[in-house]
Design a protein around this ligand. Structure first.
Ligand SMILES: [Cu+2]
Length: 149
């Protein structure tokens, strides 16, 4: 009758590993994310974009008033966005960190204050994966608890 617990144990381990693999994939950015940004005097809307490292990010840029620029520090992105057009820019978020988004076209008196944040989260420490490993370890301890005494 010792067969049943070990079979159950084995099933739990396998399922935990499958879940771990599934949890891992989005963090390492197989996905594509479309981000719509409205540019106007003197802001980006939204002003803060958060993505995961490795993700493909498609920016759809639109100006609501005058000609603006869209510049991302550290990513070599710099483009002009004229009113009435949608500019599409696709990048891969390969480096983690917090990067400044700036308007690169002088668009008015408060132009220097037209800034935003581009945040790329590092998938290096994969929390779901670590938690799954931890669960796996706990499951490994189960037979010790069960058969002692
Ligand atoms: Cu501007």
């Amino acid at each position: 009758m010792a067969r049943l617990p070990s079979l159950l144990l084995y099933t739990i381990i396998v399922f935990t590993m499958i879940i771990a693999v599934f949890q891992a994939s989005p963090v390492y950015g197989a996905g594509e994310r479309v981000v719509y940004i409205d540019l106007s005097q003197f802001k980006f809307e939204p002003g803060r974009i958060v993505v995961n490292r490795g993700e493909t990010v498609v920016f759809k840029l639109r100006s609501l008033d005058v000609t603006h620029g869209f510049y991302i520090d550290g990513y070599g992105v710099d483009t002009v966005v004229r009113p009435g057009e949608v500019v599409t820019i696709t990048i891969t978020a390969y480096q983690a960190g917090k990067f400044k988004i700036r308007c690169s076209v002088t668009c008015g008196p408060l132009h220097p204050f037209m800034v935003g944040d581009f945040v790329v989260l590092d998938g290096g420490l994969n929390t779901p994966f670590i938690l799954s490993l931890f669960a796996l370890g706990l499951v490994g301890l189960l037979p010790l608890i069960r058969f002692r005494g």
